[in-house]
Design a protein around this ligand. Structure first.
Ligand SMILES: Nc1ncnc2c1ncn2[C@@H]1O[C@H](COP(=O)(O)OP(=O)(O)OP(=O)(O)O)[C@@H](O)[C@H]1O
Ligand SMILES: [Mg+2]
Length: 253
């Protein structure tokens, strides 16, 4: 389901074509094409090792492509690193959180607002406090990041990304291991973020949580996109069931 933009159409927010990422003979991404338009919320699923995290890294500029192109609003960003793409509004979170451990939550978020978001002084503080409130981090704002549990570290990843004022937020498994209540809270947060006009690409294994936000699902396997479309269609696709969802879904369906 590749989209093709016609003459005069608005360029997609991000457009990856023929992306290959190889480590020696291993093609971790093997010709991936993905088009995401402004305002979309796209969920990404697939088995462990499918290449989901590598795809986010390729889009956000944190690794070098072996082949292919990434365009942001029509502009080839192949020469831009993660900081350069952040300046264009493309920001990722990390599957394994990477806070500055010795800094407080607020200091971490301020750093993102200043270095990623280009703000100074009161504006950086305001943006940071807003992101902290939106992500439910007020109660831990003055705690050192290294003292946080994994869930709060993941939430801090989201808060830091948000503080850069992204146009496209690339989320990598921020919801694993949540209780039902925490998952509902996270869905509320992501919906609010989306309502602010931020486009979302969200990798998550908890599909029932993902589909509460995503109106489009992409399934990866073996470094390729094997399905891309409305969640119902993707989740009932025999190829997706075989590669990812397994026999249990046949039984439940
Ligand atoms: N730097 C690297 N060098 C060699 N192989 C790598 C490197 N980074 C990732 N890989 C391999 O690429 C494949 C895809 O990894 P990736 O982390 O993108 O998968 P994923 O879909 O995010 O998996 P998960 O659901 O477990 O997070 C894996 O087989 C992984 O071992
Ligand atoms: Mg991953």
């Amino acid at each position: 389901m590749t989209e093709v933009s016609g003459h005069g159409a608005v360029a997609p927010l991000i457009e990856a074509r023929g992306i290959v990422v190889a480590y020696g003979a291993l093609r971790v991404l093997d010709g991936v094409g993905l088009v995401v338009r402004e305002g979309e919320a796209v969920g990404v699923v697939g088995p462990n090792g499918a290449g989901k995290t590598t795809l986010l890294a390729a889009l956000s500029g944190s690794l070098r492509l072996s082949a292919g192109t990434v365009r942001v609003r029509g502009r080839d960003v192949g020469r831009l690193d993660a900081a350069g793409r952040c300046a264009l509004g493309v920001v990722r979170t990390h599957q394994v959180p990477r806070p500055f451990g010795g800094m407080t939550v607020l200091e971490n978020v301020l750093t993102a607002a200043m270095h990623g978001g280009g703000l100074r002084g009161a504006a950086a503080g305001e943006r940071s406090l807003e992101a902290i409130a939106l992500c439910g981090m007020r109660a831990v704002a003055n705690r050192r990041a290294e003292s946080l549990g994994l869930l709060d570290r993941k939430r801090l990843e989201l808060t830091r990304a948000l503080a850069t004022d992204p146009a496209l937020l690339l989320l990598d498994e921020i919801g694993g291991g949540l209780t039902d209540g925490e998952a509902a809270e996270l869905v509320g947060t992501i919906r609010t973020i989306r309502a602010r006009g931020i486009t979302i690409v969200w990798i998550e294994h908890i599909v029932h949580v993902l589909v509460q936000v995503a109106e489009r699902l992409v399934c990866m396997d073996g470094g390729r996109i094997i399905a891309d479309g409305p969640p119902d269609a993707v989740l009932s696709d025999a190829v997706v069931i075989d590669a990812y969802l397994g026999a249990g879904v046949h039984e439940r369906a």
